[in-house]
Design a protein around this ligand. Structure first.
Ligand SMILES: [Zn+2]
Length: 408
């Protein structure tokens, strides 16, 4: 018994238009002119893709420009002003702001998300509890993965480790790190690897968030990854130092990430906003060249990071827009380059968050329809999705724009 058929849609790897038969939330069959008597919806000859996947976003500190600003525009200024605002966060406040971001993301075609949540003795588990509720309340539209992390440092802030452990026991999916704010960065990295093994979870670090190539924390993360056999289970975000490396050193970093199975996430909007302050001309862009890593077999993603806060006072939660920004900054334009940018907000982040789904029989009927011929076109033109579906149920739909030319 089938529930519905989507008529005349396009799927990468298939010639022409096809129909997709869906039953009990799963794709049953894909083919041309499928016969069935179930409900039909028009595929509008649109391109079906698995959906956009947000691999790095902070729901807990989104939408707070009404209460704090980053006048210096630096990373330190952002951390300090949010740290002060955080003292007044409560669970309902975090829930409401997080909800705004999730709703925006869903109508932009995002159907899976990894969110970083700050845990420390100031905020306790209030933000974490709010995000746990959002995970449950929005399960109809998006899969939310929760990464708890010590933004204010771990070894220098007594009580933080116990709270991280408590969050993991209560349903956090993985652990994050932020060595650059710790008084003992290497020890933070070692403690987090120990906890990751103890709780059998993946790791996702905020790492090397400056433009000085003379030192890094990447080497310690790589060492610990190999020592614990955690290849394929570690991601690093920002790593803006990579943008300051000469080609020869950069290719050594590519080889290192590949050997250690470490994924790289680039947050172009934040990196552009915070890096290079203090330069009054030829301001460095500070966006790690993820496409070079991606070409060489490293799992790479492009993500939003922050929305409307002192780290990034912009944001509409559109991942095609973020991929377009990345392509623009790195001067990418060939069909292959733009397709790679698309993959870095679609297929690659799906792998990063361990969701191995695709558009094929037997897979869940979760996808997004785009009026475009290719992923590269989606990036070049920032194509907005027409509609999306999760497990066979429509989750959002946009009405087409209408022009009203004057009558002759
Ligand atoms: Zn972040």
């Amino acid at each position: 018994m089938s529930d519905l058929v989507i008529r005349h849609t396009r799927i990468p790897g298939w010639d022409g238009t096809v129909d997709v038969l869906v039953s009990n939330g799963e794709i049953v069959q894909i083919g041309t002119e499928l016969e069935c008597s179930c409900k039909e919806i028009s595929g509008d000859c649109a391109l079906l893709v698995p959906g956009f996947v947000e691999s790095h976003i902070h729901l807990d500190k989104a939408c707070i420009l009404d209460r704090c600003h980053n006048e210096a525009g630096t990373l330190e200024g952002a951390i300090k002003s949010v740290g002060i605002a955080k003292q007044k966060f409560d669970e309902d406040d975090v829930y409401q702001r997080g909800r705004q971001v999730i709703e925006r993301a869903v109508i932009q075609g995002t159907n899976a998300m990894r969110t970083h949540v700050e845990v420390d003795p100031v905020i306790g588990l209030k933000s974490f509890d709010a995000i746990l509720r959002l995970k449950e309340d929005f399960a109809w539209a998006l899969d939310l993965q929760i990464c708890v992390f010590p933004q204010e440092g771990l070894t220098n802030f007594a009580g933080t480790q116990e709270l991280l452990e408590e969050a993991l026991r209560r349903g956090a999916d993985l652990l994050g790190g932020c060595p650059y704010t710790d008084s003992d960065p290497a020890e933070q990295i070692r403690i987090l690897f120990g906890l990751a093994v103890q709780f059998d979870v993946d790791l996702d670090f905020h790492l090397d968030f400056d433009l000085d190539p003379s030192w890094n924390h990447l080497d310690e993360v790589a060492r610990q990854t190999l020592a614990h056999g955690w290849q394929g289970r570690v991601a690093i975000g920002h790593v803006s130092k990579l943008s300051a490396l000469k080609k020869e050193d950069l290719m050594k970093a590519v080889a290192l990430l590949k050997r250690c199975g470490i994924a790289l996430t680039v947050l172009p909007s934040t990196d552009l906003f915070l890096m290079g302050r203090g330069h009054d001309h030829l301001v460095p862009r500070g966006v790690a060249p993820a496409h070079l890593f991606y070409q060489n077999g490293v799992c790479c993603t492009v993500a939003t990071n922050n929305v409307l806060n002192p780290f990034t006072p912009f944001g509409d939660c559109s991942l095609p827009r973020m991929a377009n920004l990345y392509a623009n900054v790195h001067q990418l334009s060939t069909p292959m380059e733009l397709e790679a940018c698309f993959e870095m907000v679609c297929d690659a982040p799906l792998r990063l968050i361990n969701h191995h789904r695709s558009i094929a029989p037997g897979q869940e009927a979760t996808f997004v329809a785009l009026q475009a011929d290719s992923g590269g076109q989606v990036v070049a033109e920032i194509v907005r999705p027409i509609w999306g579906m999760k497990k066979g149920r429509m989750t959002f739909k946009h009405a087409p724009g209408v022009l009203f030319p004057p009558q002759p």
